[in-house]
Design a protein around this ligand. Structure first.
Ligand SMILES: NC(=O)c1ccc[n+]([C@@H]2O[C@H](COP(=O)([O-])OP(=O)(O)OC[C@H]3O[C@@H](n4cnc5c(N)ncnc54)[C@H](OP(=O)(O)O)[C@@H]3O)[C@@H](O)[C@H]2O)c1
Length: 268
């Protein structure tokens, strides 16, 4: 980092990987704009980070399932005179009850939060970064985006595939501009994610402790990869081997292996 203080906007900063990324960026000398729906955990995090790192932290609540939320966030930033040099699209959730059992409005919200909003925020904020010759865009995708389809959380993997591939495209497009663009593709990470989707007991029973990583570790890996301008990073050897496996196996075999996921979670 130079002496100039930079500001990073982090979505989904009220918990899990987003909160961990806020801790990493604050420790690395950035000011922060934290957003999510819940104000109380954002303000608690803002107070802790301000005290620990003497940084400026702005809290803006937003529901990214609202189609107007990205534009409102950008308008809020400019009304406050905030220039954003970093963007972390991290907010997300999954629905594991099966495609036919899930309310269509919930599907629409998944697509808006994890696909439409990241695209809109990149499109609105990247031009300023390019014009200033400096920027960092870190899109929190998932290992699920590199794995074969799974039944049960039918849309989650495809949404993350889109995000990973669109991130790689933007990475190529902005190469040499001073704007780094990276997709972070975590595997199982200890956050609120599986409490929110109601599978905590099932995933804990189905997947051993060694398969789980801490949000702090995942966040550090993401930060370093974005600083190095890598198009994509998966934290840990095991997750990289898992991502490789479907490329080595015939599609039908890979689909059968991973398709067992929903049954292991006893959701279908
Ligand atoms: N945990 C894992 O195993 C795992 C693995 C791979 C990838 N990921 C990805 O990592 C990212 C972060 O997830 P996490 O594991 O840290 O989960 P988490 O602990 O549940 O945090 C999710 C964050 O997203 C925010 N969010 C959810 N819906 C939102 C909405 N409609 N509008 C605005 N913000 C919203 C939540 O804040 P509010 O509830 O306050 O709005 C929260 O801050 C997600 O994109 C997820 O897909 C997670």
């Amino acid at each position: 980092m130079s002496d100039t203080r930079r500001t990073v906007l982090i979505t989904g900063a009220s918990a899990g990987i987003g909160a961990a990324l806020a801790r990493v960026y604050a420790a690395e000398g950035w000011d922060l704009v934290l957003t999510a729906r819940r104000r109380a955990p954002l303000e608690a995090l803002a107070a802790a980070l301000t005290a620990a790192h003497d940084c400026t932290v702005t809290v803006l609540t937003a529901d990214l399932a609202d189609p107007d939320a990205p534009d409102r966030l950008v308008a809020d930033l400019s009304a406050r005179g905030l220039t954003v040099d970093g963007l972390i699209n991290n907010a997300g959730f999954s629905c594991t009850d099966g495609f036919l059992n899930t309310d269509p409005a919930r599907h629409a919200a998944m697509i808006r939060v994890m696909l439409t909003a990241p695209v809109a925020l990149c499109r609105r904020l990247a031009p300023g970064m390019v014009a200033r010759g400096f920027g960092r865009i870190l899109n929190v995708s998932s290992l699920a985006g590199q794995m074969p389809a799974t039944g049960g959380d039918t849309l989650y993997g495809p949404i993350k595939s889109f995000l990973t591939k669109a991130t790689a495209g933007l990475h190529l497009e902005l190469r040499g501009s001073g704007v780094h663009v990276t997709a972070l593709c975590p595997g199982y990470t200890l956050t609120e994610f599986h409490d929110v989707n109601g599978t905590r007991d099932q995933v804990s029973a189905a997947y051993p402790a060694w398969m789980w990583q801490s949000a702090d570790h995942v966040a550090r890996v993401g930060y370093r990869a974005c600083e190095a301008n890598r198009p994509k990073v998966a934290p840990g050897v095991m997750n990289n081997l898992l991502a490789l496996l479907p490329k080595l196996l015939p599609d039908a075999v890979a689909l059968r292996m991973v398709g067992g996921h929903a049954k292991r979670l006893k959701r279908l």
